[in-house]
Design a protein around this ligand. Structure first.
Ligand code: G6Q
Length: 552
């Protein structure tokens, strides 16, 4: 990029690229305090990054130059910043607890009226299910919720219900069906009792093939057991923006929970798409999550740039991806309840930032969206962490942990946290040749190693270190904390999108996927050989048809 700040950063990069964090920590005993920020009990220590004070100042200059603050204000005030879909981006309104009105550009009226109405409808419905006022067709209390949806209509509720399991209402189990592979729905419903099962069909458009196929199969399973189609009304509710399609499917619009086109799928857990969450943990906990997210929204809007957590995290992402050419980013929650967080963030980040043209339609300069991956600690340490410590690719990572365990069990939590702290320290410090040699010599002294093997093993025992990480630490994984954390990542993605000049709110690649399969599906409807694709696809299709004939 040719902006001033970018050029300055490029020049600065040449002077700091080879600095070792070990030395930076030795030179500055105050480094951790200087490169940390907080919000309530959230502490983000970003001192184990390959940055100096000047790096941060230049990155903040870049943010200013890229118009991040102006764009942020436009987003919160309902401007149509999703330009390719001509939509406002107002997931923040779903969790706006300030009492202030919010308007969509070009549309009269305060959207908060609808937001409040839907939250109230969700509350009534959840209370009805919990108290047993809402019952199945044979008067059974609802015991199982099956949420049917995919992508942005699935990953959030799946991740959050797992994260908040300790807050679950007793007597209610939750299940998710997303894959169009029949195995998903078959395995999910096979042990359920139709009389006490409630299906929540979540689809913004209500045209997504996978979701409709799964919803139809779920309804067929239900009717096979019930035989009376009037019972469907008690067992199927919908979450959508498309009332017509919901009605056509056979769900009473009175049992539809509405949201709006200014809420993107992957940003939608804060409203009606969160219905499975609210059913599972109760509306009070759901609203506590909204409070947490709103707190982060306020912080993102009001905090000084140098203290602004999502801003700094986004800028660090740019620093590694665009200057160090480190194209992946990992997230490691040291909390088993957050095991689905990496998958959720993968969609949030990669679907938002996986773009190669700017919002104005010009090819982007340099890298954009990072490849996001990860998994829960400590499991990853016994698998892919080898590459993090000694591989040729350097992977900047977020380590997330909580002070309080939800399942205190002996010294498990201390052991978990010991790993959390030790990993980031080891990644940063590494282990030099001399230290490694001393360890090997100690082994020789204790008779565990032959002296002549010391020099042979030495290169394998050296760790270069200087591998960056952010430590994200909170008191306890409760609904409020989760809201804070998720909104932090949403705004981080926003910041990166602004710097790259892309539109993080569209998803044409996903739309493409929605249409691609339909043509091939038609080709599979008969036995005749296929010849209309490339030779590889033709051969694969025809091979499948041959095998299908043999199987039948
Ligand atoms: C999210 C994406 C995508 C979407 C699914 C489901 O931002 O647009 O993941 O959520 O394709 O779409 P529906 O909710 O319309 O079924």
């Amino acid at each position: 990029m040719s902006t001033d700040a970018w050029k300055k950063l490029q020049a600065h990069f040449e002077t700091v690229a080879d600095l070792h964090m070990r030395d930076l920590f030795e030179e500055d005993g105050n480094r951790s305090a200087e490169f940390s920020c907080s919000l309530g009990d959230l502490l983000v220590d970003y001192s184990k990054n390959r940055v100096t004070r000047e790096t941060i100042e230049l990155l903040l200059e870049l943010a200013e130059e890229a118009g991040v603050f102006r764009r942020r204000d436009e987003m919160f005030s309902g401007r149509r910043i999703n330009s390719t879909e001509d939509r406002a981006v107002l997931h923040t309104a779903l969790r706006n607890r300030s009492g202030n009105p919010v308007e969509v550009e070009g549309q009269a009226g305060d959207v908060m009226e609808g937001v409040g109405r839907v939250l109230e409808k969700m509350r009534q419905f959840c209370e009805g299910v919990h108290t047993g006022q809402w019952r199945g067709y044979t008067d059974s209390k609802i015991t199982d919720i099956v949420s049917i949806g995919i992508g942005g209509s699935a990953l959030g509720p799946l991740m959050v219900t797992e994260a908040l399991k300790p807050y679950a209402r007793s007597g209610l189990k939750i299940h998710f069906v997303s894959n169009v592979d029949g195995t998903d729905v078959v395995e999910t419903v096979k042990d359920l009792d139709a009389e006490s099962t409630l299906f929540v069909v979540v689809s913004k458009t209500f045209t997504t093939e996978e979701t409709l196929a799964n919803a139809l199969s779920a309804r067929a399973w239900f009717l096979e057991r019930v035989g009376d189609s009037s019972a469907v009304a008690k067992h199927f509710v919908a979450v959508s923006v498309n009332e017509e399609a919901v009605t056509e499917f056979g769900i009473d619009p009175a049992n539809m929970f509405e949201f709006w086109d200014w809420v993107g799928g992957r940003y939608s857990i804060w409203g009606a798409v969160g219905l499975p969450i609210a059913l599972y943990v109760g509306m009070d906990h759901f609203e506590s999550m909204l409070e947490g997210a709103h707190e982060m929204d306020r912080h993102f809007q009001d905090a000084e740039p140098g203290e602004n957590i999502p801003l700094l995290l986004g800028l660090l992402g740019i620093w590694y991806n665009n200057f160090f050419d480190m194209p992946t980013h990992a997230v490691f929650p040291y909390d088993q309840y957050l095991r689905h967080l990496p998958a959720y963030l993968q969609q949030l980040d990669m679907e938002s930032c996986g773009k190669s043209v700017t919002a104005a339609g010009q090819p982007v300069e340099g890298n954009t969206g990072m490849i996001l991956w990860g998994g829960p600690g400590t499991d990853g340490q016994h698998a892919y962490f080898q590459l993090l410590h000694q591989g040729t690719s350097i992977v900047p990572a977020d380590f997330i942990a909580f002070a309080e365990s939800q399942n205190p069990l002996g010294d498990h939590h201390e052991k978990l946290l010991a790993n959390f702290f030790a990993q980031t320290e080891a990644l940063m410090l590494g282990r030099g040749e001399e230290e490694a040699r001393q360890d090997l010599l100690a082994d020789v002294e204790q008779g565990r190693l032959a002296a002549e093997r010391v020099e042979e093993l030495l290169p394998h025992k050296v760790f270069a270190g200087n591998r960056p990480s952010n430590s994200i630490f909170m008191r306890r994984l409760d609904p409020h904390a989760l809201g804070v954390l998720l909104a932090m990542y949403e705004h981080k993605v926003f910041v990166q999108g602004c710097i790259w000049g892309i539109n993080p709110y569209d998803q044409w690649g996903v739309q493409l996927g929605k249409t691609l399969a339909s043509r091939v599906f038609k080709d599979l409807q008969d036995e005749s050989p296929v010849s209309t694709h490339d030779s590889s696809t033709n051969a694969l299709l025809n091979h499948y048809k041959k095998l299908r004939r043999e199987i039948e």
